[in-house]
Write a protein that binds this ligand. Sequence first.
Ligand code: AMP
Length: 114
Amino acid sequence: MNDCIFCKIAEGAIPCKKIYEDDEMLAFHDVAPQAPVHFLLIPKKHIPSLMDCADGDSALLGRLMTRAHRLAAENGLLERGGRFVINCGQDGNQTVPHLHIHVLGGRPLGWPPG
Ligand code: AMP
């Protein structure tokens, strides 16, 4: 997906503050952090949103969730927790159409979302 900003980040064409990378996923700090800890975990495969996932993506989604948890722990969220967010589509206020998990923490987070 050539005009996707997260695909370009995954390819290295746009820089990011990377915190993790393997063959199929990348984690980097959000450019506009909403909490002391706020990073994004993306699959390198272009999947527009969680709504677009297929049965064949199940294993990848499982590995993303496991990695999100491990990275959250490594970034200090194990004791007090935090939040894993996947915004989807228009009502979900998704602004970048490439599946990503927000990992947030380091302060109490309000609920419900606005
Ligand atoms: P969402 O609204 O769920 O689609 O979240 C998209 C997130 O991507 C927002 O929190 C943005 O701040 C973040 N973002 C957009 N462009 C970049 C970028 N180049 N590097 C890091 N984070 C970005």
